[in-house]
Design a protein around this ligand. Structure first.
Ligand code: BES
Ligand code: MN
Ligand code: ZN
Length: 495
C-alpha cells in the first residue's frame, strides 16, 4: 500500500467514498464542506443531537447533493481548540474501522479540517489511525471481517505545490508509523503457541532484514554462557527454549546511543505461582514490550532517522514444567546480584534484569525499557495510561513530551529509595516481590538495580498494551502502544 494525495475541491472527487472531519459545537464543519449541501444537513444533525462531533464518531450520508462521490462519512474530530494527535489518530481509526468492514477499493479522506485545526504534522496521526483501523485482530477468521482499502488523501484546492510536497512526506511517515503499530499489534494478537521465543525471534529478524538493522539472536546455550540467570530461571519451566535478540540501528553518527529494552514473555501462566484462568486470558500479550521495541526500531530504519538505537529483547514463556523455578530458589543475575524468587509470577523483572545489565554494559547514554510489568500499575492508573518511572528528570520529561506529541499517555510515578526496603531478602541480595502495596513501584525499584546508574526510563505498559473490548474508535486486543511515542522521541533526538 502507498498513500496518494490529490488536490481538488471535495465536491469534484470522483471516488465512491469520502471521509471528512468535523468538529464539535466549537467549530462544526471545515471549509471543505461549508457552503455545500452537507452544511444544513450537518447543522441539523448537530442541533438534533444525532451527532456531537466528538472524536471517533462517524455518520454516513449517501448520495450527497452536488458531490461526485456516492457517499460521505462525516467523522468527528472533537474540539477544534483542543485538537491534537490523539483526536486525529482516534478519528482515523474510527473512519477506517467503519469503512474497512466491507470490501472497498478506494476511500478518500479530506485533510481540510485537520489542516485548519493545527499543525500539518497532525496529518501523520490521522494517517496512522487510518492504517491501524484498517487492520483488525481477527488473525484467524475463516472469513476476513476487515478489508484494507487504498487511501487517497484530499488536500484543499488552494494548497501550494510546496505544501503538497510537505504533506506527502507527512503522510508517508504516518503510513510507516501506522504499519509499525500494526506489526506490534499483530505480534501481540498472535496465539501464544504460534510465537514461542525462537519463532518470535526469527519473525523479528526477518522483519528487520534489509532495513539497515543489524540483528543477533542468541539461543539458550548462548544465554546460559552469558550468565543470564534471570532469563534461564524463568525459561526453566517451559519446554520452549528462551531467546535473546539484539537489534542495532546506528545511523546517527556521533549522536548518543539510546538502548531500548523489551519484555518478551510470549505467554505468562504465572509459573508455579499460577494465575487464575481469567487473568491468563490475555497473557499472550505479555511480549508487547518486545514487539514495540522491534517495531519502533524498524520504523526508525524505514524513516531513515539519523539516530543510534540498540534494542535488547528477552523472550521466554513462563510455565509450570517439572523444572520450573520454585519459591525460595535463588538466581544469580548477569550483573552478579542474587535474587530470591518468592513469586514466579513476578517473572518480567527477572528477565529484564539481565537485559538491562547487558544493555548498560555497552555504555549507552540512555536506557528505556517497556514492559507489561504489573497489575498494580493498572490499579493505579487504569488501562489507558502507562506508568513512567525514571532516575533522571530530564530524560523523563523528554519521554513525557514525546508521548504528548504522539497522542499517548504516561504518568510519572515515584521511585523513592525507601521502597527498596520492600524487596530486601534474608538469604539473597534481594527478592523479586515487594508485598501488597506499591507493587508497580517496587517492581521499578527492582529494575533500577540493573541499570548501572545510566539515565533510565521504565514504562509499565500493562494497562495500555491491551483492550479487553472493542469500540467504534478502537479494536479489542493488542494496541501496539508507544510505538508512536518512541518514534516521536527518536525524531526529536536526531543528530
Ligand atoms: N504480566 C504480568 C503483569 C500484567 C498483569 C500485565 C495484567 C497485563 C495485565 C506480570 O508478569 C505479573 O504477573 N505481575 C504480577 C506481579 C506480582 C506477582 C508481584 C502482578 O501484577 O500480579
Ligand atoms: Mn507474571
Ligand atoms: Zn508477565
Amino acid at each position: 500500500m502507498s498513500i496518494r494525495i490529490i488536490r481538488q475541491p471535495l465536491t469534484t472527487v470522483d471516488l465512491p467514498w469520502i471521509a471528512a472531519g468535523f468538529f464539535d459545537r466549537d467549530a462544526g464543519l471545515a471549509s471543505d464542506l461549508r457552503g455545500t449541501s452537507v452544511d444544513p444537513l450537518a447543522a441539523r444533525l448537530l442541533e438534533e443531537k444525532e451527532i456531537k462531533g466528538s472524536a471517533g464518531e462517524t455518520v454516513a450520508l449517501y448520495e450527497p447533493v452536488g458531490f461526485q462521490a456516492k457517499a460521505l462519512l462525516l467523522t468527528g474530530l472533537g474540539s477544534k481548540a483542543r485538537f491534537d494527535a490523539r483526536a486525529a489518530f482516534t478519528a482515523g481509526v474510527a473512519l477506517a474501522k467503519r469503512l474497512a468492514a466491507k470490501p472497498r477499493e478506494t476511500v478518500s479522506v479530506s485533510l481540510a479540517a485537520v489542516l485548519e485545526a493545527g499543525d500539518p504534522a497532525l496529518v501523520s496521526a490521522l494517517v496512522e489511525g487510518v492504517v491501524v483501523g484498517m487492520q483488525g485482530p481477527g488473525l484467524h477468521k475463516s472469513e476476513p471481517n476487515r478489508h484494507a482499502f487504498e487511501v487517497v488523501l484530499v488536500a484543499p484546492d488552494g494548497t501550494t505545490d510546496e505544501h503538497l510536497l510537505a504533506l506527502e512526506k507527512v503522510a508517508a511517515r504516518g503510513e510507516i508509523v501506522g504499519q509499525a503499530v500494526n506489526m506490534a499489534r499483530m505480534l501481540a494478537n498472535t496465539p501464544p503457541s504460534e510465537k514461542p521465543p525462537v519463532v518470535l525471534a526469527e519473525v523479528v529478524r526477518k522483519a528487520a532484514e534489509g532495513h539497515g538493522v543489524e540483528v543477533q539472536v542468541w539461543n539458550a546455550a548462548r544465554i546460559r554462557d552469558e550468565r543470564f540467570g534471570g532469563l534461564i530461571g524463568v525459561a526453566a519451566g517451559s519446554d520452549e527454549p528462551p531467546a535473546f535478540v539484539t537489534l542495532d540501528y546506528l545511523k546517527g553518527g556521533d549522536a548518543p546511543v539510546l538502548a531500548l529494552v523489551g519484555k518478551g514473555v510470549t505467554f505468562d501462566s504465572g509459573g508455579l505461582s499460577l494465575k487464575p484462568s481469567a487473568s491468563m486470558e490475555d497473557m499472550k500479550s505479555d511480549m508487547t514490550g518486545a514487539a514495540v521495541v522491534a517495531a519502533t526500531i524498524l520504523a526508525a530504519a524505514r524513516l531513515g532517522l539519523a539516530v543510534n538505537v540498540k534494542g535488547y529483547i528477552a523472550m521466554t514463556e513462563n510455565m509450570t514444567g517439572g523444572r520450573a523455578m520454585k519459591l525460595g530458589d535463588v538466581l544469580t543475575m548477569r550483573n552478579g546480584k542474587t535474587v530470591e524468587v518468592l513469586n514466579t509470577d513476578a517473572e518480567g523483572r527477572l528477565i529484564l534484569a539481565d537485559a538491562l545489565s547487558y544493555a548498560a554494559e555497552a555504555g549507552p547514554a540512555r536506557i528505556l525499557d517497556l514492559a507489561t510489568l504489573t497489575g498494580a500499575c493498572i490499579v493505579g492508573l487504569g488501562t489507558k495510561i502507562a506508568g513512567l518511572f525514571s532516575n533522571d528528570d530530564a530524560f523523563a520529561a523528554e519521554v513525557a513530551e514525546a508521548s504528548k506529541v504522539a497522542g499517548e499517555r504516561v504518568w510519572a510515578m515515584p521511585l523513592d529509595d525507601d521502597f527498596k526496603d520492600q524487596i530486601k531478602s534474608t538469604v539473597a541480595d534481594m527478592k523479586n516481590v515487594g508485598g501488597k502495596w506499591g507493587g508497580a513501584i517496587t517492581a521499578a525499584k527492582f529494575l533500577e538495580e540493573f541499570t548501572g546508574s545510566i539515565p533510565w526510563v521504565h514504562l509499565d505498559i500493562a494497562g495500555p498494551s491491551w483492550n479487553d473490548n472493542e469500540a467504534a474508535a478502537r479494536d479489542a486486543g493488542g494496541t501496539g502502544c508507544f510505538v508512536r511515542t518512541l518514534t516521536a522521541y527518536l525524531e526529536n533526538a536526531q543528530a
